[in-house]
Design a protein around this ligand. Structure first.
Ligand code: GLN
Length: 493
């Protein structure tokens, strides 16, 4: 039995029925990683010994008759900006290349409590700044559907791990699209939870008012199961919210009768790839056939979202990244005096995109420019939030494409930051508004790579997003599909 081809839900059932052991499951994924990782490069750090140790513990507890979490023994991959005690956490940056956190993020503690073996830490754009995983200081990750293409970013390694069968589940982080856009490029599900739903404690900060940890999975059921592990209030994160956590994977027999769906005009624009647009519209038509009420809706401030985001996120980043001075964390390049040491360390430790963001952010926050840039961007953010509030009076669900294009070629956009930024045009306004948003595969493009559709709801309605995704899955949408990988021995990267 090829366990690595199974969904997390199937693995959970096999484990609970004692048809397989957690050690067998983990070993199968470790073999799969060994076979395909040389071609894809999804992981910065592998933790096979730790994964097997957790699996052995789970097996022992099951033999003793303990009632375990449904995901006990189901392995997971974790983005490398989520702190893991005693395991290197690099943020794909030279400045943290050898950083070993003295504590674990709250989500990691939750995975461990559930008995989920951690397979390793995944590649990403440095400090989560990027849309292609090409900004990693270490290496480029390849899209398993076409290795000449990017996997998307910044959580590219996590998306690839799930897509290529190296992990049934993974965690990423989404500041302005970094879970959803790579999910769509790699043909998996990716959820950005409501801001405050999942603790950020131990997530290395990029833009704190936007950052959220979110799951990657093959099916809505799998995504729901992982959400139930990581959601909930955490006293260690002052922005986490004490709203009850629903049973995400109950009531999966959903019918969209009366569901009010708004197609976001700006997110099915005529400038987008026509096949991506057509795929969204055909899925919406399926919802309509089963009783959903569909209308077009305009979010006129979408055009301003990108500008507002690229002021707010870099401003917060410039402040958050001030702590990397060579003294408190990680790399130290030395120097004749303190100032010299700071600039040497930051000069050599940060990559070009991170430096660009720090400069933009420092400029936008500086005296004389603060009102014109940062404050203005915050006002736009408030107006965007109001736009959504208005839309959610008429609609339960807002839909559109996840990204205007499919995965682009490696190197295609690296010299043109604006083109790179535009890749997340559909993912930014809902992030600014703090809303939950899900990307699901919407089909395969004629070029042979996946396309994505994005579903956004009002705060804390993740369950609705997952129910609708599950419904579409049952209506024959090809979720849970993985690319056929046929690599010769050896690896090319
Ligand atoms: N691509 C966007 C950026 O570079 C979003 C990144 C993210 O969500 N972490 O800022």
């Amino acid at each position: 039995m090829k366990l690595y081809e199974k969904t997390a839900g199937d693995l959970s059932r096999l484990l609970q029925n004692k048809e397989v052991s957690a050690v067998e499951v983990v070993s199968d994924f470790l073999d799969r990683i060994e076979a395909v990782e040389p071609y894809l490069k999804a992981f910065i750090t592998h933790t096979p010994a730790l994964a097997l140790e957790t699996a052995r513990e789970v097996d022992q507890r099951r033999v003793m008759g303990e009632t375990l979490h449904p995901l006990a023994g189901v392995p997971v991959a974790v983005k490398d900006n989520i702190c893991t005690e005693n395991i290197r956490t690099t943020c794909a940056s030279k400045i943290l290349e050898n950083y070993i956190p003295p504590y674990s993020a709250t989500v990691i503690t939750a995975l461990q409590k559930a008995g989920m073996p951690i397979l390793g830490k995944t590649n990403m754009d440095e400090f989560a700044m990027g849309s292609s995983t090409e900004n990693s200081a270490f290496f480029v990750t390849h899209n398993p559907w076409d290795t000449s293409r990017v996997p998307g970013g910044s959580s590219g390694g996590s998306a690839v791990a799930v897509s290529a069968g190296m992990a049934p589940l993974a965690l990423g982080s989404d500041t302005g699209g970094s879970v959803r856009q790579p999910a769509s490029f790699c043909g998996v599900i990716g959820l950005r939870p409501t801001y405050g739903r999942v603790s950020r404690y131990g997530l290395i900060a990029f833009a704190s008012s936007l950052d959220q940890i979110g799951p990657f999975a093959l099916t809505a059921e799998d995504c729901a199961m992982l959400m139930s592990v990581i959601s909930g209030h955490d006293p260690l994160d002052s922005t986490s919210i004490s709203e009850d956590v629903p049973a995400y994977f109950d009531e999966f027999d959903y019918k969209p009768e009366g569901l009010r769906v708004g197609i976001i005009k700006e997110n099915v624009s005529d400038h987008f790839d026509p096949e991506i647009k057509a795929a969204v519209l055909s899925l919406v038509a399926k919802l309509e056939e089963d009783g959903a009420v569909v209308e077009e809706v305009s979010l006129p401030l979408t055009d301003y979202g990108l500008g507002a985001y690229y002021l707010i996120a870099p401003s917060e980043a410039s402040s958050n990244l001030g702590r990397y001075d060579g003294v408190r964390y990680g790399y130290n390049a030395g120097g004749d005096d303190i100032e010299n040491m700071f600039s040497n360390t930051r000069g050599a430790g940060f990559g070009a995109e991170v430096k660009r963001r720090i400069m933009i952010g420092t400029y936008a926050l500086s005296a004389g420019y603060y009102d014109a840039y940062y404050l203005k961007a915050m006002q736009v953010r408030t107006m965007i939030r109001r736009d959504y509030e208005k839309a959610f009076k008429r609609h339960d669900l807002l839909v559109g494409a996840t990204s205007p294009t499919t995965a682009f070629k490696i190197g295609e956009k690296t010299d043109d930051p604006l083109q790179m930024y535009l890749s997340d045009i559909c993912n930014i306004t809902d992030a600014l508004a703090g809303l939950p948003s899900l990307s699901i595969p919407s089909g395969i493009h004629s070029e042979g790579v996946p396309m994505g559709m994005q579903l956004t709801a009002s705060p804390f309605r993740e369950k609705l997003l997952l129910q609708v995704a599950d419904y579409l899955e049952k209506r024959g949408l090809s979720l849970g599909r993985r690319p056929d990988l046929d690599f010769p021995e050896g690896g090319f990267c």
